[in-house]
Design a protein. Structure first.
Ligand SMILES: Cc1ncc(C[n+]2csc(CCOP(=O)(O)OP(=O)(O)O)c2C)c(N)n1
Ligand code: SF4
Lengths: 253, 541
């Protein structure tokens, strides 16, 4: 066991995509100063990261990881603040915070463990579930079209937008590392198979393709986000002063 | 003999009655008078009827009377609505360019303003200038006050005021009564300043009357971090983030926004992360009447948030207390790592008071000494776990909304759940012990009277004068949670008639008292959004 893993009991289902994301995160931060990293999580299977990782963490409320992260970052600008959030967490319950953090260009990193369902509450559809998703509250299939996370984040003003695939750990670790180093709001959608409720391994293994970006063209990035081939990589990146840069500048006045 | 004057200045929104009221307050304050200003305005930007009632007195005051000595009417509705309140019908100063009136002193405010090239809103300056002459102030004194009050277009405003002053006449001569001049501040300003006195480093909020004034005030303060969040849920959670990073932060709202913060309040309880919230009550339920007053959030504030946890709740009764108890609320939140709520109300938030601010404290938060492994939820003897913050090489700091072990990892084991609940109970016992030694109840009036009124929040102001005039006792609880039962029992010892005064329809303080085995004899309730006047209260039997 590495020194970033706690000796707690891991309760993820064997084969869960979260294991890969956990490994990728540890890999991304392994060379960074551990004391200056804070992981903030919402509530859901994804959020258990807080109980497994041996770094500073705040295991907050469902949907509210982002505002906590924002307070931590504004409170101590030396810290790197990373949110592990679910699709239910940030595209349902807390979507307003996500959009506003992207709009403000808060210098935090949001990793969405996108398993296209509320897993911990035993399989209900979320904002990223495909139309027709059969969950416990939609036995005949969801009648709603999903949100495209990448498109929404680009439209909201995020300055770093990427997609990773959980089993491609090295690729994902590299994206997370870049996201943390980015000065501004960085968003990483991770395609996360949920073996128990929505097993997408086979489908994704066939479709996922690596894309070598990033582009600074919004429409190109959005096009990529809709591609059947499921590109992964950094779709969009833009340099712009972060919220904290401007805020601390204002404080100094 | 108490020397006092009441003045109403009113007009439609956009005519500058509030500013005029501020200047009148300053004219009296600088002569050594104690000031209280009640603001009555509607939830609109133009039109309607707004007024300020300024009471200047040789004794400290924080309430209004029904009869007034002067009315300054920026428009006709003001003259018509408030004429009956005048003690002398000729003591009305009005804008004669807008309407004609049978009595009083006409001021050609429109004409004067135009003559000097001013804009319409400066007609309020003309009325105030004329009023300075009416109350016999010499021009040099008035000019000095105006100069300070008009930070923009200073010259122009002074010219307008002087011209109106010259055209006016003197009815009485207001004497200077003291050389001791107190600053005048709104309750919101006092709350903000109190928070700063306790080391506030950040304020995050979403606008909602009557707490918005705190956000606006702090936005102008240097060296603290202030921003507006996307909603109240974000505001409360962002404050938690600041606290977790080791920075003292606060948020403020009214009932509706407070309701949105409920989950975060419980998070503060569970994660033992300080959370300080100002709830400025207004007339509810729901959106209610946004700019009028009520004290009906009490039970909500005392019980908000799911689960068993404790909170510190203070209800200051005037600006001095708002300053003191806001500072205290922060210190307590940081010492015991729990939610602290400052419950105020519209008339306290937005009313203006002569202030004498003071806060000294020896309450310190418990910080980690850096020895051994850091345990965020260390089960110490007093239940208070030392705090450390991210960025510390020697500590891994884990805060959580789940029940947890000492390190901060989730637990579901029955023994461990109970252990951590018991740890917090130990902490709460310490917290109760310390709070019971703080001043939680004030007693005024005739301390031997068998009749006592009990009042909290801004009602304190009118209740004090009532108690003095009727020679009865006033009991004012200021700390509401943990409930200062011993102090209340001591205060009601020997009382056979206990009357609750509250701005609510149900008498929420009576419910709180009855939970603690104390029953009121009678409830005097007002729920029309307006404050109790002293005149109403002294009729109570
Ligand atoms: C305010 C609130 N509402 C509902 C819940 C119940 N709840 C717990 S986890 C969860 C869904 C989590 O879904 P997601 O964020 O996608 O995470 P996953 O479990 O799929 O990783 C819900 C609805 C809660 N904890 N808090
Ligand atoms: S339910 Fe799905 S997301 Fe949750 S642990 Fe199991 S596989 Fe992973």
């Amino acid at each position: 066991m590495d020194n970033l893993t706690l000796k707690t009991t891991n309760t993820w289902c064997p084969g869960c995509g979260n294991f890969f994301i956990f490994n990728a995160l540890k890999k991304a931060i392994a060379k960074k100063k551990k004391e200056n990293i804070v992981l903030v999580t919402g509530i859901g299977c994804h959020a258990k990261m807080a109980d497994y990782i041996n770094i500073n963490s705040f295991y907050g409320l469902h949907g509210r990881a982002i505002p906590v992260a924002q307070g931590i970052k504004a409170g101590n600008n030396n810290l790197s603040v990373i949110c592990s959030s679910g699709d239910g967490d940030s595209f349902n319950e807390g979507i307003s915070h996500l959009i506003h953090a992207a709009k403000r260009n808060n210098n935090i990193t949001v990793i969405i463990h996108d398993n296209h369902n509320f897993a911990l509450t035993v399989k209900q559809f979320t904002s990223t579930s495909p139309k027709g998703f059969k969950g416990s509250s939609t036995p005949y299939g969801s009648i709603e079209d999903p949100i495209n996370p990448i498109e929404l984040m680009i439209a909201s003003g995020a300055t770093f937008v990427a997609r990773g695939y959980a089993p491609k750990v090295d690729h994902l670790a590299d994206i997370i590392d870049k996201a943390i180093e980015h000065n501004g709001f960085s968003f990483v959608q991770v395609l996360q198979p949920c073996v128990t409720w929505f097993n997408t391994y086979q489908d994704y293994n066939k479709r996922v393709t690596e894309y070598y970006g990033p582009s600074n063209d919004k429409s190109k990035a959005i096009e990529l986000a809709y591609e059947e081939k499921l590109p992964i990589g950094v779709f969009y990146k833009k340099n712009k002063p972060s919220f904290e840069d401007l805020l601390l500048d204002k404080n100094a006045k | 003999m108490q020397k006092e004057y009441s003045i109403i200045v009113g007009g439609a929104a956009g005519l500058g009655s509030k500013k005029a009221g501020n200047i009148i307050a300053q004219l009296f304050s600088n002569l050594g008078y104690n000031i209280y200003v009640y603001e009555d305005y509607q939830s609109l930007i133009k039109g309607g009827h707004n007024f300020s009632l300024i009471r200047a007195s040789s004794k400290p005051v924080a309430a209004i009377r029904e009869r007034v000595d002067f009315v300054l009417a920026l428009d006709e509705p003001t003259a018509k609505l408030h004429f009956n309140q005048l003690k002398d019908k000729n003591s009305i100063v009005y804008n004669a360019d807008k309407f004609s009136f049978k009595y009083g002193i006409p001021v050609l405010a429109g004409q004067i303003t135009k003559e000097y090239g001013g804009i319409d809103i400066m007609q309020n300056t003309a009325l105030v200038g004329a009023f300075a002459k009416v109350i016999g102030l010499d021009w040099a004194y008035a000019k000095k006050v105006f100069k300070k009050e008009f930070s923009v277009s200073t010259e122009l405003n002074i010219n307008i005021a002087q011209s109106a002053y010259k055209s006016s006449k003197t009815l009485i001569s207001i004497p200077k009564i003291s050389n001791k001049i107190y600053p005048i501040l709104s309750g919101n300003q006092a709350i903000a300043m109190g928070a700063l006195a306790a080391g506030l480093e950040a304020y995050v909020a979403y606008p909602m009357t009557p707490a918005t004034g705190i956000l606006n005030y702090l936005s102008l303060v240097d060296n603290i971090t202030v921003f507006q969040s996307e909603n109240e849920i974000a505001a409360a959670n962002t404050v938690m983030g600041f606290s977790f990073a080791g920075k003292r932060a606060m948020t403020g709202t009214s009932g509706g926004g407070f309701a949105l913060m409920n989950e975060a309040i419980a998070l503060s309880g569970q994660s033992e992360t300080p959370l300080v919230i100002v709830d400025g009550q207004r007339m509810g339920p729901s959106t209610g009447v946004p700019t009028y007053n009520s004290q009906s959030d009490l039970l909500h504030v005392l019980s908000a948030g799911p689960g068993d946890f404790e909170r510190f709740v203070v209800a200051p009764g005037d600006a001095n207390e708002a300053f003191y108890y806001s500072a205290l609320a922060i210190d307590i939140a940081w010492k015991y790592q729990l939610p602290s709520i400052i419950i105020t109300d519209k008339d306290l938030c937005e009313g203006t008071y002569s202030c004498d601010l003071e806060y000294k404290s020896s309450i310190k938060s418990k910080l980690w000494n850096g020895k051994g492994e850091y345990l965020r939820y260390q089960n110490t003897k007093d239940g208070v776990s030392p705090m450390a913050f991210p960025g510390n090489v020697k500590a891994v700091v884990k805060g959580t909304s789940y029940e947890h072990d000492e390190f901060g990892v989730s637990v579901e084991d029955s023994k461990k759940i109970k252990e951590m609940q018991d740890k917090r109970s130990k902490k709460y016992r310490e917290f109760h012990k310390e709070v019971s030694k703080l001043k939680g109840v004030n007693v005024y009036g005739n301390k031997k009277s068998k009749t006592a009124v009990i009042a909290w929040g801004s009602v304190k102001g009118s209740a004090i004068e009532m108690a003095e005039k009727l020679n009865i006792k006033l009991i004012q609880p200021v700390i509401l949670s943990p409930f200062p039962k011993k102090q209340i029992l001591k205060a009601i010892n020997g009382v056979d008639k206990l009357i609750l005064l509250e701005l609510s329809n149900s008498g929420q303080m009576a419910k709180l008292l009855s939970c603690n085995g104390i029953n009121v004899t009678k409830k005097v309730l007002k729920y029309d959004g307006r404050p109790f006047t002293i005149d109403q209260l002294i009729k109570i039997k």
